[in-house]
Design a binder for this molecule. Structure first.
Ligand code: NDP
Ligand code: GDR
Length: 342
């Protein structure tokens, strides 16, 4: 029998790559779809016809219980979140509800549907394996570099705080109920399907617009922040690998290389044969109330225990995104309309 996966956040970047990957591995894939008419869900539908959609929302406990009852999954991947860090200051309470409390609601749905009593302390219980999309934003103001599974957390945004709650809750359900529940502490990962608000895609779209004569400048915030950027297609393989391990454990996933936003900009403009200094304008209004200055993963545990390695370098990733956006805009695509996905 084919294994069944339920993915929350299926209409996002990672959800689409994970669904594609699991389908290629012979899984039956179901995704939680939110809202009455969600253009991002239609975009996913165009790309992947074989996904079953079930209605639900991380704000709605009953809908998550129904989704688990309907799908009867072997594996649940909780990727749904408000994931844009600046938005988490503007809508801090909503971020706490979706990105933090949403994890509790999903774990409770699994616990209830698996018949695990809330008073049971546990040996391993239940059949459903759970993956939580934790984040390097939990490290925030870092105390050591590179960051490992045991580096202390000091989140710097309401988003980071909400993810830290979800992370500890996932560990707690593993320890309290013996559930197979793991967190992947994933560092920034990008692709041509990345949302246009994140810096890599903002830069690749900006470069493409300038190259095609559709814009004359690109406005950015903090150019000195450092991130460990990898390719999303590689990172969804790691999510799947974590749920196939014999014992449930948390893993850091990243490349182990870090670059500044300035490096990103220079690499992207150079890939299009342009001189970035002629076009990039820095804007204080785009700086954050509290910044995460430096992130760099130590993915040794994942390499040794799971055999996971990234396959796309920073330079290849940036070139891939610039090339894809030049093609998208040349073909008349509109990234703001959520209409198309490579
Ligand atoms: P996206 O922003 O592309 O996707 C977020 C998804 O969450 C969308 O499918 C969105 O659906 C869904 N969502 C939002 N609100 C709700 C809700 N109330 N109920 C159910 N679903 C909801 O994120 P990514 O694909 O980049 O990231 C996936 C996950 O991994 C997120 O949890 C993110 O925080 C985390 N993460 C991402 C990293 C990265 O670098 N990409 C690194 C580390 C962690 P809708 O279409 O309905 O809005
Ligand atoms: P991040 O990604 O906050 O790390 O979270 P983002 O691409 O938004 O920012 C990365 C860094 O770039 C700096 N920056 C800018 N960022 C944006 N968005 N726009 C700008 O104009 C700009 N100028 C400079 C930022 O200050 C920051 O330092 C992502 C999300 O996917 C999270 O959900 C995920 O958990 C983490 O990665 C790991």
């Amino acid at each position: 029998m084919a294994r069944r996966a339920l993915i929350t956040g299926i209409s996002g970047q990672d959800g689409s790559y994970l669904a594609e990957y699991l389908l290629s591995q012979g899984y039956e894939v179901a995704g939680l779809a939110r809202g009455q008419a969600n253009p991002r869900v239609s975009r996913l539908r165009k790309l992947l016809q074989d996904v079953r959609l079930v209605r639900g929302d991380l704000l709605d406990q009953g809908s998550l219980i129904s989704a688990v009852e309907k799908v009867q999954p072997d594996e649940v991947y909780n990727l749904g979140a408000i994931s844009y860090v600046p938005m988490s200051w503007e809508q801090a309470e909503l971020t706490g509800e979706v990105t933090g409390m949403g994890v509790l609601r999903m774990l409770e749905a699994i616990r209830v549907c698996s018949g695990i009593s809330s008073s049971r302390t546990a040996e391993r219980t239940g059949q459903i394996r759970f993956y939580q999309a934790s984040s390097s934003e939990m490290f925030g103001q870092v105390r050591e570099t590179p960051q490992t599974e045991v580096t202390p957390f000091h989140p710097r945004s309401p988003y980071g705080v909400a993810k830290t709650y979800g992370h500890f809750l996932t560990q707690n359900y593993r320890e309290s109920y013996g559930m197979y529940a793991v967190s992947g502490i994933l560092f920034n990962h990008e692709s041509p399907r990345r949302g246009a608000e994140f810096v890599t895609r903002k830069v690749s779209l900006g470069v493409a617009r300038i190259k095609l004569g559709l814009a004359t400048e690109l406005r950015l915030g903090n150019m000195e922040a450092r991130r460990d950027w990898g390719y999303a297609g590689d990172y969804v393989r790691a999510m799947h690998m974590m749920l196939q391990a014999e014992a449930p454990e948390d893993y850091v996933i990243g490349t182990g290389r870090t670059h500044t936003v300035r490096d990103l900009v220079e690499t992207a403009f150079t890939a299009a044969g342009l001189d970035w200094e002629r076009y990039v304008v820095t804007d204080q209004a785009l700086h954050r109330p509290a910044e995460v200055d430096l992130l760099c993963a130590d993915p040794k545990k994942a390499r040794v225990q799971l055999g996971w390695e990234p396959s796309v370098s920073f330079e290849e990733l940036v070139a891939m995104m610039v090339e894809s956006d030049v093609k998208l805009l040349s073909d008349g695509g509109d990234p703001d309309q959520d209409s198309s996905w490579p």
